[in-house]
Design a protein around this ligand. Structure first.
Ligand SMILES: Cc1cc2nc3c(=O)[nH]c(=O)nc-3n(C[C@H](O)[C@H](O)[C@H](O)COP(=O)(O)O)c2cc1C
Length: 211
């Protein structure tokens, strides 16, 4: 079978982690890299990833996430955050990077820049944040998938209070808000969810071929 599909069947949203097993630095880097390489609309990458290693802060975050144990017991905790006020400046910053990386003159990128700005400006600040959050979910998916391919367990989590997370992590003053989490580590052999059958609607009801 396809190794990627095997990995996706192997993974599950891990509920109980083995606190004695930690990711290596190389594994951590690979997860970060997989999410950093995620595609995003126009390539804008409106995402900041916070890796929380401070145990006291993780304890506070757990209290703001319905006490979910993965927050403190998984080897690593990642918080995906997005800007609360994307502006044309974000487009300028990205265009400057494109010019630098590809050795181009900024003026040659004016059409591209205008196109991005035309996508940003008609949206309300809330719509911009929502738009950015959609990109964060792609990065989350990349992190989860790359973890599965390496037999690293993960838990995607939306069950937390973003307001409290933003406060605890000081995201507000950075113009950011938290959207989704990923815990990563290694399953505890006592996790009741190990080996549970995957529940997915069948392909027949999922896919529609439009001929
Ligand atoms: C965006 C998102 C948010 C989720 N939030 C939580 C969560 O807060 N806590 C949790 O235990 N699982 C959470 N899950 C895991 C789902 O419940 C799980 O992915 C789903 O039941 C399918 O099971 P599987 O991932 O084990 O195949 C979340 C999943 C996603 C994609």
């Amino acid at each position: 079978m396809n190794p990627f599909i095997n990995a996706l069947n192997w993974r599950y949203a891990t509920k109980q982690y083995d606190t004695t097993k930690k990711l290596t630095a190389a594994q951590v880097d690979s997860l970060i890299e997989a999410s950093r390489l995620a595609p995003s609309s126009y390539g804008l990458q409106p995402i900041k990833l916070f890796m929380v290693t401070n145990p006291a802060i993780r304890a506070k975050l757990r209290a703001a996430a319905w006490g979910q144990s993965a927050i403190t017991e998984a080897s690593h905790l990642f918080v995906f955050a997005v800007p609360t006020s994307m502006t044309e400046k974000d487009a300028d910053e990205f265009i400057a990077l494109v010019a630098k990386v590809r050795g181009m003159d900024i003026s040659a990128l004016k059409g591209y820049s205008d196109m991005i700005k035309a996508a940003i400006t008609p949206r309300t600040p809330a719509q911009r944040t929502e738009w950015a959050a959609r990109q964060a979910y792609i990065a989350l998916g990349m992190l989860l998938s790359s973890a599965a391919l390496q037999e690293i367990d993960t838990t995607p989590m939306e069950g937390f209070d973003p307001k409290q997370f933003d406060e605890i992590l000081g995201l507000g003053k950075l113009g950011l808000t938290s959207v989704v989490l990923a815990a990563a580590g290694f399953r505890d052999s006592k996790d009741a969810y190990i080996g549970m059958k995957k529940v997915r609607f069948p392909k027949e009801t999922y896919v529609t071929e439009v001929k």
